[in-house]
Design a protein around this ligand. Structure first.
Ligand SMILES: Nc1nc2c(ncn2[C@@H]2O[C@H](COP(=O)(O)OP(=O)(O)OP(=O)(O)O)[C@@H](O)[C@H]2O)c(=O)[nH]1
Length: 325
């Protein structure tokens, strides 16, 4: 790193925000900007099979995936190990970006950088950036403790997806955010369009402020997750029939949209060489094509659903019925 001592503390940015708010969109934006910096990226997902890794733009950085649980609970040890590995490397990083799962409470993640002695010596928490889905934020603040914590701990809040909400609605949300967190900078965004220096290099994380807000911050974790949220991972090696999938999926989001907090899939359809991505939040779904399936690798469709009242058996049967004849 130019002009820096080899041992100088590496800034860490935590990107948080509820399921589907736009964290990966922001991460891709940061990685695609011509800033000439090298970031190590750590992506954590809720759900057994990783999908985000395929959705993060391939650039100069390495992506470390952690899929075996939520970063704020069971895999804190993994996080410390990954960072420990990074810190041992000769090639320098300008920063570490951590994208947490939408269900993570950011406090224990930030805590890791203060309580682990090796990690705390070599890194510095630069800021917690929370992406909020303007369309669904009010609902989430009513029903999710994690969503509240993500707003409360943020240094910067991107009030994203403002294209889906009118001006009056945005003003109401801004007031609500202010009442929960008087310190954070709030930026209105569409597709997380924001200048890089609004989210990186903030020097914003203030331990004293956090301790004033949550005196137990550096102590033992005592948080609990919303146990009613579960995930179902579907996988299929045979190509899917586009019409059958379309019909199954449309019916699913119509009937169970309220319960579906997030779904994401990379799918192989009969007659197509490209990987199709289908993803969404509640009833708002998006689809598109990614690159062609890599030669020689199995074209396995993967679909992860996260939500309440999910019937794994019925979902598996419905998905399996989409296999092309
Ligand atoms: N209309 C609209 N859609 C958006 C905007 N920003 C992101 N999206 C879409 O919202 C969906 C979720 O975006 P992601 O960036 O994958 O969200 P995420 O927070 O990483 O999702 P998880 O990692 O699953 O929690 C995608 O389909 C995006 O294309 C926006 O400003 N407006």
């Amino acid at each position: 790193m130019e002009g820096k001592e080899p041992m100088s503390a590496i800034p860490v940015t935590v990107l948080t925000g509820y399921l589907g708010a736009g964290k990966t969109t922001l991460l891709n934006r940061i990685l695609s900007e011509p800033h000439g910096k090298r970031f190590a990226v750590i992506v954590n997902e809720f759900g057994e099979i990783g999908i985000d890794n395929d959705l993060v733009v391939g650039a100069d950085q390495e992506v470390f995936e952690m899929n075996n649980g939520c970063i704020c609970c069971t895999v804190r040890g993994d996080l410390i190990r990954i960072i420990g590995g990074l810190l041992k490397r000769k090639d320098a990083f300008d920063g570490i970006l951590i994208e947490t799962t939408g269900l993570a409470d950011p406090a224990p993640v930030a805590q890791t950088f203060f309580v682990d002695p090796d990690v705390s010596k070599r890194t510095r928490m630069d800021g917690i950036v929370t992406v909020a889905d303007a369309r669904h934020l009010a609902q989430r603040l009513d029903d999710s403790h994690e969503a509240q914590e993500q707003i409360a701990f943020a240094d910067v809040i991107l009030l994203n997806k403002i294209d889906l909400v009118d001006e009056a609605g945005i003003v109401v949300l801004e007031h609500r955010i202010r009442s929960m967190n008087p310190f954070a900078r709030i930026r209105r965004t569409e597709r997380c369009s924001v200048a890089l220096d609004e989210v990186i290099g903030l020097g914003a994380f203030d331990l004293d402020r956090v301790l004033a807000m949550e005196p137990g911050f550096l102590g033992e974790d005592d948080h609990e997750h919303d146990q009613s949220v579960t995930s179902v991972s579907l996988q299929e090696d045979r190509a899917l029939d586009p019409a059958a999938f379309d019909q199954w999926f449309r019916t699913l989001i119509q009937v169970q949209g309220v319960d579906l907090l997030r779904y994401k899939g990379i799918l192989s359809f009969k007659g197509s060489d490209r990987r199709t991505v289908v993803q969404g939040v509640h009833m708002l779904a998006d689809s598109g094509n990614l690159s062609v399936w890599p030669a020689g690798l199995p074209r396995t469709s993967r679909f992860v659903l996260i939500g309440r009242n999910l019937d794994g058996g019925a979902l598996r049967a419905g998905f399996a019925a989409c296999v092309a004849p």
